[in-house]
Design a binder for this molecule. Structure first.
Ligand code: DC
Length: 229
C-alpha cells in the first residue's frame, strides 16, 4: 500500500503524542516524538552545567562540536517508546516540567534545530512515519501527504498536564501549570527560528471538547483518505 508521511504539529499538552502513537499503531507506521529529541538535548546541556549555553553566548562552531557528541535514539521498553541519550535511557528525566521548559529554551537555538531537523528528515526517507512536534509540517516535511494541526484551549491543556504530573507523583500548583502553558505557547510561537505555526495545508483539529475516541475516528478517517488519494 502507498506509504505516506503524517506530520502532526500543535501546542504543548494538546495530546499530540497520544494521537500520533495511536495513529502510528493503526497505520503500522513508525512514530517519532521530536519533542523528546529537544528534551534530550536540553538534558545534555544542563548536565554540562555551562551557563553560557543558557545565555546563548557559545559560538556556532563550539555549539556544533558539542552537538556532534550527542546521539539520540529510540528504544522500546515494555511496549512504550523511550528516548536514549548517548545510549542511556533518559525517558523519566526528560518528562518533568523543568525538562520541558529547558527544551523550549534550547529549541530556539538555530544550530540545535538544524542538527535535529536533519536527523528527522533522514528518519522519514522511507515514509511510513508519523512525526509530531512544532515544525514538522512547515519545515521538516513541508511536502507531507497529511498534516494535522492540533489545538485545545490553554485551560484544557493545563488541566491535562496537571493530571499527568499528579499521576507521576508530583504536587503541581494549577495556576503555575497554566502560567507555564501560556509561557511555553508564547515562546514556541514567537521564536525567530521555525516558530510554531499552522502550515497552510494543515487540517486543524481542536480537541478541547472531543473525547479521545471522537478524535481518533476523525483522524483515522483523514489518514485513510490521504493514503487512498
Ligand atoms: O512536545 P514537547 O512538549 O515534548 O516539546 C518540548 C519543547 O521542544 C517545546 O516547548 C518546543 C520544542 N520543540 C520544538 O521546538 N520543535 C519540535 N519539533 C518539537 C519540540
Amino acid at each position: 500500500m502507498n506509504k505516506i508521511i503524517v506530520a502532526i504539529d500543535g501546542y504543548s499538552s494538546c495530546g499530540k503524542s497520544t494521537i500520533a502513537k495511536a495513529l502510528a499503531k493503526y497505520a503500522g507506521y513508525t512514530y517519532v516524538d521530536t519533542g523528546a529529541m529537544y528534551r534530550a538535548i536540553g538534558l545534555y546541556f544542563s548536565k554540562l552545567k555551562d551557563e553560557r549555553l543558557e545565555l546563548r553566548e557559545v559560538d556556532s562552531e563550539k555549539l556544533k562540536e558539542l552537538l556532534s557528541q550527542i546521539h539520540i535514539g529510540f528504544i522500546q521498553v515494555d511496549g512504550a517508546q523511550h528516548v536514549t541519550l548517548n545510549g542511556e535511557d533518559v525517558e523519566r528525566q526528560i518528562r518533568t516540567l523543568e525538562a520541558g521548559n529547558r527544551a523550549s529554551q534550547i529549541s530556539q537555538i538555530k544550530e540545535v534545530r538544524a542538527f535535529l531537523v536533519a536527523q528527522q528528515q533522514k528518519m522519514g526517507e522511507a515514509k511510513g512515519i508519523v512525526m509530531d512536534g512544532r515544525d514538522i509540517g512547515t519545515v521538516v516535511f513541508p511536502k507531507a501527504e497529511l498534516k494535522l494541526f492540533l489545538t485545545a484551549s490553554p485551560e484544557v491543556r493545563a488541566q491535562r498536564r496537571y493530571d499527568e504530573l499528579v499521576e507521576k507523583g508530583e504536587h503541581p500548583d494549577f495556576a503555575a501549570v497554566l502560567a507555564d502553558v501560556n509561557d511555553r505557547d508564547y515562546r514556541d510561537t514567537h521564536r525567530a527560528e521555525s516558530p510554531l505555526r499552522q502550515a497552510e495545508d494543515a487540517i486543524v483539529v481542536d480537541n478541547s471538547h472531543m473525547t479521545r475516541e471522537e478524535q481518533m475516528e476523525v483522524i483515522y478517517g483523514l489518514f485513510d483518505k490521504a493514503v487512498n488519494s
